[in-house]
Design a protein around this ligand. Sequence first.
Ligand SMILES: Nc1nc2c(ncn2[C@@H]2O[C@H](COP(=O)(O)OP(=O)(O)O)[C@@H](O)[C@H]2O)c(=O)[nH]1
Ligand SMILES: Nc1ncnc2c1ncn2[C@@H]1O[C@H](COP(=O)(O)OP(=O)(O)O)[C@@H](O)[C@H]1O
Length: 210
Amino acid sequence: MHDGVLPKRKGILFVISGPSGVGKGTLKDTLLKQQIDIQYSVSATTRPPRPGEVHGEHYFFLSKDTFCQLVEQGEFLEWALVYDHYYGTPRSFVLENLQKGQDVLLEIDIQGARQIRHQFPEGVFIFIAPPDVQELARRLRKRGKDSIEAIEKRLSSYAEEMAQLQHYDYLVVNDRVEAAAEKLVAIMVAERCRVTRLIRGEDNETAFDK
Ligand SMILES: Nc1nc2c(ncn2[C@@H]2O[C@H](COP(=O)(O)OP(=O)(O)O)[C@@H](O)[C@H]2O)c(=O)[nH]1
Ligand SMILES: Nc1ncnc2c1ncn2[C@@H]1O[C@H](COP(=O)(O)OP(=O)(O)O)[C@@H](O)[C@H]1O
């Protein structure tokens, strides 16, 4: 039994990833509307802003030159070319929050998640999958943002991307947005409890080993 104040824990890094068009962005937005006390890490990108997107809120919109400079300065924890544009996760925001004990959420592509896994094997990696590939195709078409060629390109990566599932801690099938978001919340609550139990010494593992 623990009868004093618990030692402060480090933040937990939650990573949501999965194929393009599966609904990662939609789920992340739904999740952030709930009271789950998590800091979302805003990524940097070289893609131009879409109408309504705000610099610093949706993304940090950067020129290619600035992005490359930041890569060289080691300012990104990970970065990747996702289809036609570069995307990267700012290093200091994530590290500072984790150090403070604040949980952090990344919503990034599969290449980025792989890089993060090497640096943070103790992170919680959640793979978002569509109910099936036909539904993924429907969503990509419904989004209406990509050309037929771009959709074909995304769908042709599907099998390869799904094969990455084995490296993840959790699978959430995005059938209905609300149901999938509830599952994400349940995972977060469970992981927080697990870490608390480890800190209390109710488990044989160390607090940040899984
Ligand atoms: N590696 C990596 N991927 C990211 C990052 N930020 C966003 N992405 C991914 O980039 C892809 C394109 O995102 P976006 O431009 O918002 O368009 P979307 O296709 O409407 O989600 C999605 O798969 C995102 O998960 C990042 O910081 N790093
Ligand atoms: N559970 C769902 N059911 C039906 N459509 C969805 C669902 N989740 C997302 N969508 C739709 O699918 C499209 C792709 O979602 P988006 O969040 O942009 O995917 P990603 O960020 O993974 O590329 C959007 O039009 C979105 O409204």
